[in-house]
Design a binder for this molecule. Structure first.
Ligand SMILES: O=P(O)(O)OC[C@H]1O[C@](O)(CO)[C@@H](O)[C@@H]1O
Length: 247
């Protein structure tokens, strides 16, 4: 995996946005894999600026998000659909009907998971997938124990993930306990992957991902088998890495 240590969060966000913008410019009908969480917010702001100031054009692109909470309709304030509308979609020219996010409120979640996986395959597959990383090494909502064979499915969130995400809800009891998430196999199917991590709380997970053994106990470590991963971290998130990995 290629490691980039950015100066700070702003630099990380700018470098990540550049990679996406280059991809969209080179290949206008690119299939983007998008992530939520706090980390990519700065990257989305940079992408909006690149769209407004440099005319980066998303009109022919398509997007697939990693995950959505079970039980939340798209219009719920804490749904990942709302997050994406607020942080990116309403500010750029990506057509709404080309933005895909699993339906967490589907009546038949099993069918929804199959439909989502098939839609990704039918698009030709994800060209560039953005990922964050959970403090416990999760990617998407693939919690520890997720194997490399997993595809889009309903997953149970761990207590630590529920606690980490409670900051977006009024109280912890409101945080959904399940999500629909692309699987590890789905993520590994992307042609390129960019993983972003910022802050001290991510240092241990970044260390295990890059320097630990490949194990479903740290789902992000399974990315080691992918041929084209760029990990962009800030100094704090890089702080548990050995000198050898840093150089
Ligand atoms: O960027 P954050 O908010 O630290 O979140 C890290 C990860 O946790 C999630 O928000 C899910 O808990 C992922 O979507 C994200 O990659």
């Amino acid at each position: 995996m290629k490691l980039v240590i950015a100066k700070d969060y702003e630099d990380l966000s700018k470098q990540a946005a550049r990679l996406i913008a280059e991809e969209v410019t080179r290949h206008p009908s690119t299939i983007l894999g998008l992530a939520t969480g706090g980390t990519p917010v700065g990257m989305y702001q940079e992408l909006i600026a690149l769209h407004k100031e440099e005319g980066i054009d998303f009109s022919q692109a398509t997007s697939f998000n990693l995950d959505e909470y079970v039980g939340l309709p798209g219009h719920h304030p804490q749904s990942y659909r709302t997050y994406m509308e607020d942080n990116l979609f309403t500010h750029i020219n990506l057509p709404t009907d080309k933005t895909n996010i699993p339906r967490g409120d589907a009546a038949d979640l099993g069918a929804e998971c199959k439909r989502y996986e098939q839609a990704i395959a039918a698009s030709g597959g994800i060209d560039i997938q953005v990922l964050g990383i959970g403090n416990n090494g999760h990617i998407g909502f693939n919690e520890p124990g997720s194997t490399k064979e997993t595809t889009t499915r309903v997953v149970q969130l761990t207590e630590s993930t529920i606690q980490a995400n409670a900051r977006y809800f009024h109280k912890i009891e409101e945080v959904p306990t399940q999500a629909v998430s692309m699987g590890i196999q789905t993520i590994l199917g992307a042609k390129k992957i960019i993983l972003l991590a910022s802050g001290k709380a991510k240092a241990e997970a970044v260390h295990s991902m890059l320097e630990g053994e490949m194990t479903p106990d740290v789902p992000a470590s399974l990315l080691q088998q992918h041929p084209n991963v760029t990990v962009i971290v800030d100094e704090e998130a890089a702080s548990a890495l050995s000198a050898k990995t840093r150089n």
